[in-house]
Ligand binder design. Sequence first.
Ligand SMILES: [Zn+2]
Length: 400
Amino acid sequence: MRKLFYEDINITKFEAQVLSCDYDQDRKLYKVLLDQTAFFPEEGGQSADIGTLNGMEVVDAQIKDDLIYHYVEQAIEVGSTVSGLVDWNQRFDFMQQHSGEHILSGLIHNKYGYNNVGFHLSNNEVTMDFNGPLDWEQAREIELEANKIVYQNLPVNILYPTNDELINMEYRSKIEIDGQVRIVEIPGVDMCACCAPHVATTGQIGILKIVGVQSYKGGVRLNILCGERALKDYSLKYDSVSAIAQDMSTKQEQVVEGYQRLKDECQAYKYKVNELQAKCLSMSLAALPSPEESENAVLFTDITDNMAIRNAVNELMEKYSGYCGVFAGGDMASDNKTGDDCDGDKKVCNYRFVIGSKSSDCNELAQKLRSELGAKCGGNKVMIQGSVEAGKSEIERIVV
Ligand SMILES: [Zn+2]
């Protein structure tokens, strides 16, 4: 079968004879074999070309025993002539990514001696794995070098060396294969055995951007974007950063500092709020019946800061001999404040609570809260904590 992409990478329209058309039970699709095709199949980690045969979508193209099968939804008559059309946008995009990958792999191989041990190219992402580590700084250096190779607009040569020539040739992806080896050469940068379509000159790659560097199987995995993918990514990030910068009234290059400042401010406010909550809670404690009037002290509050609640319980335990509890929360339905809204049996509210006592057994009280109100709680003799869904008066009936 003639592979038209090896004769001219720019061929997207072609006519061909249908040699066979069989139904693939597993994929529920017809697989069509032609006498020639411009569809590059899924191969070497790269997804297949997409396009049409007689206007019908080619959803996949697979190679087996050097024959390329086109997957379509309806049968095509064997012996007929079909018109094929390869989606050039995806083809060219894939060529940009793949040639970009060769530049990076070549540079990394030359500089660090690492081999490319994994490659994946689809519509969603391009990943490349190397058998040695790289950090972001090293990746950025390589990225700059790679883009300089793009600017130089070097030719991407396809070579078909004889076996004798091949023996003395230094190239990546050296594996024993039968038949003709195809070498993709970027002069002075990379020589690699590869079967995929490539751009004609490095300038066609446009931009090469590394967007991911992560440790992977003892080496490193890089995510890259070339050409329009990189441009789209830049636009997306530009829009985000400019929107944030505008909102913060800061320069785009200062959004990270601006964000850090906001985060610090937020943290400071949080401390302040907690401090005020603690003060507030302390003042509420003063309004409770005095220790002479009641040996137990129970406070209902909408203040939810754990530290403030715990401190309040400790403060109560200094004065009151019985149970000292703080119930924090409120109306579940309206997420309303606590207190009177949750009074009586009219409404059931959700409270978190801490109860302590110097003389009474808190475990006994916990048992009562569990059995009578379905509370979830635990702790020890001196202090318990948990949550309960109940009305204020129900709780008071048990605790006060
Ligand atoms: Zn390749």
